[in-house]
Structure formats: structure tokens, C-alpha cells
Design a protein around this ligand. Structure first.
Ligand code: MLT
Length: 263
């Protein structure tokens, strides 16, 4: 798995699949959620690689990437992704962010707008946490460093998917995550600002993927996200928070239609 060094010295890994598309279309970057790794996207990347270049990072702290001190702010992780684009000499990409990966994509859209040709929020939203959500993030940072970690792993996997086989696969990924990375990302999410205006004003193509059985992003939140960009492309899948594993064919079709309309 190739690696690059971010501008703060942290070594980060990523996978690249497929070939650069023959036309002018930008490559696709798939950004995983919390507390997962790029391998979340394995099945999707295998399908989409036939259409063009697909870049799949492991965010700092996760997968094969190193585990620096936290917090991992969305802005820092957005800078990591821009450092990755620079290292691959890619001027811009379509970015699909899953949940926390969507928060990172929104930070990227705000801070480096010229690097994003398209923005997809996959089971994600552009709103900041309220006080009680922030409090829970700080509690997670403590729980994962305590003997309650195993219970948290199981509960988190069940929140991610109500399908036992999918939850079992996700449980492995959650259990493998470093506690310091979970804490770093959790506090980073607590610190993220409201970015509804970024979503609303984004000048490129957007996609909003909703899971009708999502236990983490409730329907009301998905509706608020859509209301910020009512004319934006939305796909509602029969899935929980992990449609890339629960409904990969439908999600791949939605991503392809956004990434390569008319192809
Ligand atoms: C995620 O799936 O990335 C996180 O659960 C999102 C969140 O906690 O807000």
C-alpha cells in the first residue's frame, strides 16, 4: 500500500485503483468514516475502478496510517487529503465522504474549493454538534481508553449496521482501531464547525446518499441536509449507515451516475 508524508510529518497510506479516465473527468476519492479504514470501500472501489482512477486513503490514525497525537480536526484531515493529491499530482477530484469522511470532505470544500470537482455526502451531513453530542464525543474518548472498550466496539458496529453479517465485518474494523485514533477523531468531530453554507453554495456536482435504516443519521437530519440543497441529487437506499457494504451495487450506481453523468 503506497504512502506519503503529510506536511506536518505524519506518514499516511492510501490505495489507488484503476486507470486515469481517458476524458477530462477528475478521479474519484473515497473517504472512510469513523472509526474505520479505506477497506470499507473495497467492494465499491473494485466496481468503480473500471470507470477511472479511484483513490482511497486511510485517514490519519486509521488502517495502515500512523497514529499521531490528536485531536484530528476535520481541517487537518482535509489538509492531509490535499497533501495526498499533491503527491499524486492530481489537481482536483470528486470526493465521496462517508459520515466523518463527509465532514472532512466539507472542510476540504471550504478550505480548498479548487481541489474538489464534486462532493458526495454518504450518510453524512453539514451541521455542527450540539452541546450534548459534543459531550458524548469526549465520553467516547475516555471510554475507548478504559475496560469498556470492548462493549463500545460491539455497540458501535451495531450502530453502523443492523445486518448481522455486515456488523460482524465492521466490528473487526472497529476493534482493530487504535484507541488514540478513536479519541483523536472523536474530539476532532466535536470541534467541527457548522458547514451548511459550504454544502449549500458548493459550485460543483453533489450527491447526497441516505440510508432509510440509518441508526446514526436519523431521517430528520437527512431531510435538513437535503433542504439546504433541495435541487441537489439525492439517493435513498434501503440500508443502514454502511450502504457500501449493505447495498454496494445500488451505491456504486449512484456514485457512478454522479461521477460520470451520461457515461
Ligand atoms: C461516522 O460514521 O463517521 C460517525 O459515526 C459520524 C458521527 O459520529 O457523527
Amino acid at each position: 500500500m503506497p504512502a506519503f508524508t503529510a506536511d506536518d510529518g505524519v506518514r499516511l497510506h492510501y490505495a489507488v485503483k484503476g486507470q486515469p479516465p481517458g476524458d477530462e473527468r477528475s478521479p474519484l476519492m473515497l473517504v472512510h468514516g469513523f472509526p474505520l479504514t479505506g477497506s470499507l470501500w473495497s467492494e465499491l472501489a473494485e466496481v468503480l475502478r473500471t470507470r477511472g482512477l479511484v483513490v482511497v486513503p486511510d485517514l490519519r490514525g486509521f488502517g495502515r496510517s500512523s497514529v499521531p497525537a490528536g485531536p484530528y480536526t476535520m481541517e487537518r484531515m482535509a489538509a492531509d487529503l490535499v497533501n495526498l493529491l499533491d503527491s499524486l499530482a492530481l489537481s482536483s477530484v470528486y470526493v465521496a465522504g462517508h459520515s466523518m469522511g463527509g465532514y472532512v470532505a466539507l472542510a476540504m470544500a471550504e478550505l480548498y474549493p479548487e481541489r474538489l470537482a464534486g462532493l458526495a455526502l454518504v450518510h453524512s451531513h453539514p451541521f455542527a454538534d450540539n452541546e450534548s453530542q459534543r459531550e458524548q464525543r469526549y465520553q467516547v474518548a475516555e471510554v475507548v481508553a478504559s475496560p469498556r472498550r470492548e462493549t463500545w466496539n460491539r455497540e458501535q458496529a451495531e450502530r453502523l449496521s443492523g445486518e448481522p453479517a455486515v456488523a460482524a465485518g465492521l466490528h473487526e474494523m472497529v476493534a482493530a482501531a487504535d484507541s488514540r485514533a478513536i479519541a483523536g477523531a472523536s474530539v476532532g468531530m466535536a470541534l467541527r464547525p457548522h458547514r451548511a453554507h459550504v454544502w449549500r453554495m458548493f459550485r460543483g456536482d453533489t450527491l447526497h446518499v441516505v440510508g432509510s435504516q440509518d441508526r446514526i443519521i436519523p431521517p430528520a437530519r437527512a431531510e435538513e441536509t437535503q433542504n439546504e440543497r433541495p435541487a441537489g441529487r439525492m439517493v435513498n437506499l434501503k440500508a443502514g449507515h454502511a450502504s457500501m457494504m449493505e447495498a454496494p451495487v445500488a451505491l456504486a450506481a449512484a456514485i457512478e451516475a454522479w461521477w460520470m453523468p451520461g457515461a
